[in-house]
Design a protein around this ligand. Structure first.
Ligand code: NAD
Length: 491
């Protein structure tokens, strides 16, 4: 245990042990070895964190102006950029994500804090014309209060930031429960808020290996809003727990996103987009373009191009700059991906490339997999794998392409590949998904809303409007005459 990095809870601005004193280990999925020891929080630690978050809201933090919050957000954005290397290494150790992706992601994280710094000092209420001239009416945007954030193991800091930056801009405080599979980077990030000068208790983290702790936080009566990213099944539990307190929720859930390729598309670009959509990050992204819906006339050629590139993808050490695909992030996820590969083959899918684990590398590696011979009813087409697996099937005309794309309970993202500008916009409008890329895939930015239709979630993160999810809108009526009125009528 001597060599393992140690991470505590962050409550009230201080690193603290779990009240029980318990700890748990986090495994590095590449080495298969434990690399960190974390405090194993309990519902009692959640109580302490919520109390600290409430105290900050009722204290110094609650008294700050948007101008001060903007300054602090800018400062923490700068600190994150300065610490990008350490944060990236923590995420690589915890989840096997590639260093070459994470260093860019961690540096880019700062732009979210800078973006919401720009909003913090512009949260304006309105002066509303009153039908009765005796009143002045205005609205105030107030922080919604203590926010519970529950996050998954893929891109823990990016997905947390989509909640944290707008919540802090609005003046909220937060209690964060990161995934038990990748908790360390969240603790390191929280420490930077202290360094940036945020008052104690604004950002609190309770790590735990028990799902009960997430459940306790989601249903905590001291919380005012719940922001969750994770699986659709867990999202249902979170929404039910929040409903007990009638708390609003934002849910960013799973996906089964279509890549629709028309016969006039640049097939080399489309193949590259398919690769980036489903093999980058080992396919462990909510927006993975895992359904390749391709015109029958170009199916064979496109599958050939994708399979050919898949066969040259370099699997290996996530810290090596030459590696293109790292391991699956944890053992349960590895078992799940292999189970889906078996099910697909049992149901008659043909393997154009991959289709199995890559055991030669020692870690939790799965070959990038291209499947054909599937249809709209195949399990591999209906269920989210969250791994490097794409399933290709065909359409004959535009209407059928749209019908197939929308034949899913999910609706997170999708892409249209065509050179026909009319068709591109027509189809983008008809795909029921929160994000549609045209001749592109897997691009996100602080200013662009992200979220899903259907079982992909509720609400949108990012963009100017995201801050609304963290504010209450208060109406204030001011009587101007000093007179009295008939007390038995509605004014
Ligand atoms: P998960 O649902 O298993 O876990 C997410 C978080 O919820 C973890 O912190 C976990 O400890 C916690 N949790 C577990 N049970 C809980 C309960 N009963 N109540 C409250 N919290 C509970 O998800 P995961 O496996 O960590 O992440 C993968 C999933 O996340 C995929 O389905 C993926 O599509 C989804 N995802 C969505 C987006 C998006 O933006 N839409 C982004 C990334 C990941």
């Amino acid at each position: 245990m001597a060599d393992l990095e140690r991470f505590k809870l962050v409550i009230g601005g201080k690193p603290v042990d779990a009240l029980s004193g318990a700890t748990f280990e986090s495994q590095n999925p590449y080495t298969g070895q434990p690399w960190a020891v974390l405090a194993d929080g309990s519902p009692e630690d959640v109580d302490a964190a919520v109390t600290a978050a409430r105290a900050a809201l009722d204290g110094d933090w609650g008294a700050t102006t948007g101008f001060v919050r903007a300054q602090l957000l800018r400062r923490v954005g700068d600190l994150i950029a300065a610490n990008a290397e350490r944060l990236a290494r923590l995420e690589v150790s915890d989840s096997g994500k590639l260093y070459r992706e994470m260093i860019g992601q961690m540096t880019g994280l700062s732009s979210w804090y800078h973006y919401y710094a720009g909003i913090a000092d512009k949260l304006e209420g309105r002066q509303i014309p009153s039908p009765n001239p005796n009143y002045l009416v205005y609205t105030r945007k107030e922080p919604i209060g203590v926010v519970a954030a529950i996050t998954p193991w893929n891109s823990p800091l990016l997905l947390l930031t989509w909640k944290l930056a707008p919540a802090l801009a609005a003046g909220c405080t937060m209690v964060i429960k990161p995934s038990e599979h990748a908790p360390a980077s969240t603790v390191a990030l929280a420490e930077l808020f202290d360094e940036a000068g945020f008052p104690p208790g604004v950002v609190n983290v309770v790590t735990s290996q028990s799902p009960q702790v997430g459940a306790a936080l989601a249903g905590h009566p001291g919380v005012n809003k719940v922001a969750f990213t994770g699986a659709t099944s867990t999202g249902r539990h979170v929404a039910r727990a929040a409903a007990e307190n009638l708390n609003p929720v934002t849910l960013e859930l799973g996906g089964k996103s279509p890549q629709i390729v028309f016969p006039d598309a640049d097939l080399a670009a489309a193949a590259n987009g398919v690769i980036s959509g489903v093999f980058a990050a080992t396919g462990q992204t909510c927006m993975a373009g895992s359904r390749l819906i391709v015109h029958e006339s170009v199916h064979d050629e496109l599958v050939r191009l994708v399979a050919e590139r898949a066969s040259t993808i370099r699997l290996g050490d996530p810290l090596d700059a030459a590696t293109e695909m790292g391991p699956v992030a944890n053992a349960p996820q590895y078992a799940k991906v292999l189970h889906y590969l078996k099910t697909a083959q049992d149901e008659g899918a043909t393997v154009a490339y991959g289709g199995a684990a890559d055991e030669g590398l020692g870690g939790l590696f799965v070959k990038p997999t291209v499947l054909t011979g599937v249809g709209p009813e195949s399990t591999i087409v209906r269920e989210e794998v969250f791994g490097p697996v794409v399933a290709a099937y065909t359409f004959t005309d535009e209407d059928e392409a749209i019908t197939l794309a929308n034949d899913t309970p999910f609706g997170l993202a999708g892409a249209v590949w065509t050179k026909d500008v009319h068709r591109a916009h027509r189809v983008a409008a008809k795909v029921r998904a929160g994000t549609v890329w045209i001749n592109a895939y897997r691009v996100v930015a602080p200013g662009v809303p992200f979220g899903g239709y259907g079982l992909s979630g509720i609400g949108r993160e990012n963009g100017v409007d995201a801050v609304e999810a963290y504010t209450e809108n208060k109406s204030v009526w001011v009587e101007l005459t000093g007179g009295t009125r008939d007390p038995f009528t509605l004014g």
